[in-house]
Write a protein that binds this ligand. Sequence first.
Ligand SMILES: C[S@@+](CC[C@H](N)C(=O)[O-])C[C@H]1O[C@@H](n2cnc3c(N)ncnc32)[C@H](O)[C@@H]1O
Length: 201
Amino acid sequence: METIRGRKSLELDLNGLTERLAGYNRIILDLGTGDGRYVHHLAGKFPDHFIIGLDSCRENLREVSQKKLPNALFVIASAQALPHELNGLTSHVTINFPWGSLLESLLRCDEQLMRGLESISRPNAPVSIRLNSGALAEAGWTLEAGAEQIYQNMIQAGWQVSKPAMMNETTLRNFPSTWAKRLAFGRDPRAIELRVRLVAS
Ligand SMILES: C[S@@+](CC[C@H](N)C(=O)[O-])C[C@H]1O[C@@H](n2cnc3c(N)ncnc32)[C@H](O)[C@@H]1O
């Protein structure tokens, strides 16, 4: 899979990844990580966890991916074609404030995304999805209707969804990602968090 460090792109195979992950039990994947600030925060706060940030856009990742963090890695890939090297690895997936094709895939219950999430997750691994009203409005949905659609899609795809939680301006302001801060100070500082888990078959 392709990883990024500043302006450099590096191929990392399964052996290389296994070496990087040696000694870490909890692996967190942040899908649609943007500029990687959330990954950087988690890596500093939880030195015994390994945090992987993944995004299809490399430009925003140049700065944070340059920082020397022993327990963080940035991957360039599409959420609809997750690298097979990640299969069965992740103990928690976060999708914070998705837009574009990532949000569309959640709204459409895209098979590639759903199967990919299933493949990379360890049994019972939670997926936290945080949806904001501006991105949903651009996709033609209200916050409530979009969250409900994704809620139903996840159930249909075999995931167990816990009760949605509202994120207000204060919650967004305190959430350690760049987009959360933007939203908190923007026109419509509302978001909804869905927490899902794959139901064991
Ligand atoms: C609004 S930004 C949120 C960034 C970050 N999660 C945050 O909270 O600051 C949405 C991100 O989703 C990424 N994204 C959109 N579609 C994607 C896809 N299909 N695969 C991977 N990343 C995608 C975009 O490149 C962008 O960085």
